[in-house]
Design a protein around this ligand. Structure first.
Ligand SMILES: NC(=O)c1ccc[n+]([C@@H]2O[C@H](COP(=O)([O-])OP(=O)(O)OC[C@H]3O[C@@H](n4cnc5c(N)ncnc54)[C@H](O)[C@@H]3O)[C@@H](O)[C@H]2O)c1
Ligand SMILES: [Zn+2]
Length: 350
């Protein structure tokens, strides 16, 4: 078992590798009323446990439907009807969608109540549940409504991943690989020998990869909670990745779109930051080995270029990319014209 401490608006622990239920029950002992939110798709895996507190169970719609204004309005009603006060606690058990909306509920209910995240997908464990960003989607785009509100604890138990499809394991690993490139080469060493079919249930390997990834995100977020310069490194591969995600109308998983974005960012880095050809190939090798896409339609460039321009992470008029000069060394790339971008896009398109 390992514990990683995150410093944000308050300090909290990410506990990795212990029975989630035992850890949750122990954490709940200080509260008198608990709201547990989970997806209807995980209903069978959510035991009705007994603790001294008064526990309420609230099923949410699966996937992005959980992150809607209709769902949050229902959650506020439930909290009101059950008499939740500021000293009570909210728990989100599920993928990133469930922890995002549960976190936002706890940010907004009575201007902030405690919450606990129990991520059940790899993307949730290494990314969504860490860093304090909570929120829902608007009709006008994903994650447009939200708040920074860190949980009191994050409980990670990789035995959840046994039932997760390979596609979602691979999508989560895209963020793990990204983390390796921006800050921890030992992740890349582990990924060189990782075989998805052989290792997907090896909790020892998964726990190590999760721990290393969480440690990097915790370090970055602790240094820069509200996303200015340092936190930007976590967006490696995301400028094009987000555009591809939107272009695909979310038919690609976030991690799949980021996989393509990472290969693009690597090629961009080779041209503008001096990243070596072998490090560019390593991106392609590690991502494709676990079945992630690394190329995209040649004809999509003009639309992707326009979509990158309206990404909410773009500031001012110029597109901004995170680049790498070497593994673990990020730098900002700005001010490229459309010809420079399209010539790099050419390298990842087919
Ligand atoms: N807050 C942040 O910093 C942050 C960071 C990254 C992503 N996100 C958000 O996270 C969401 C994506 O998260 P996700 O990929 O976990 O998607 P998700 O929550 O939609 O889960 C994907 C699918 O996996 C299923 N599932 C969950 N746990 C399972 C398990 N143990 N076994 C089998 N199936 C399981 C779910 O029912 C769902 O159908 C997006 O909305 C994204 O915006 C937030
Ligand atoms: Zn991401």
């Amino acid at each position: 078992m390992s514990v990683i401490t995150v410093k944000s608006e308050h300090q909290y622990d990410v506990v990795i590798g212990k029975s989630w239920l035992n850890e949750l029950i122990a954490t709940l002992s200080q509260y008198s009323r608990v709201a547990i939110f989970y997806s209807t798709a995980q209903e069978d895996f959510i035991p009705k446990f007994s603790v001294d507190a008064d526990v309420h169970y609230f099923p949410l719609p699966d996937g992005e439907a959980a992150k809607s204004s209709q769902t949050i309005a229902k959650m506020w009603d439930w909290m009101g009807a059950a008499g939740f006060t500021r000293s009570d606690v909210v728990v989100g058990i599920g993928g990133g969608t469930i922890t995002d909306v549960t976190g936002f509920l706890s940010a907004s209910w009575m201007r902030g109540v405690d919450w606990i995240a129990v991520p059940t997908t790899l993307a949730g464990m290494v990314d969504a549940s860490i860093g304090g960003k909570t929120g829902i989607n608007s009709e006008y785009g994903k994650n447009l409504i939200g708040a920074f509100h860190s949980p009191k604890k994050v409980i990670i138990d990789s035995t959840w991943l046994k039932s997760l499809p390979n596609r979602d394991i691979a999508a989560g690993l895209a963020e793990v690989i990204k983390t390796g490139f921006i800050a921890d080469a030992s992740i890349l060493e582990m990924m060189k020998s990782f075989e998805i079919d052989r290792d997907r249930e090896n909790t020892q390997v998964l726990d190590q990869l999760i721990e290393k990834s969480v440690a990097v995100k915790a370090r970055v977020v602790s240094a820069d909670f509200k996303e200015s310069y340092e936190r930007e490194a976590l967006n490696y591969g995301h400028t094009l990745g987000h555009a591809i995600e939107r272009y695909s109308k979310y038919s690609l998983r976030h991690g799949e779109a980021i996989s393509i974005g990472l290969v693009f960012a690597a090629h961009l880095s080779a041209v503008h930051c001096g990243l070596s050809a072998s490090d560019v190939s390593l991106h392609e090798e590690l991502l494709s080995k676990i079945g992630l896409p690394t190329t995209f339609d040649r004809s999509a460039f003009a639309q992707l270029h326009a979509l990158m321009g309206i990404d909410k992470k773009t500031r001012g008029n110029s597109l901004r990319f995170v680049g790498l000069s070497a593994i673990g060394k990020t730098q900002r790339i700005e001010g490229l014209n459309v010809e420079e971008l399209s010539s790099v896009y050419e390298k990842i398109s087919q």
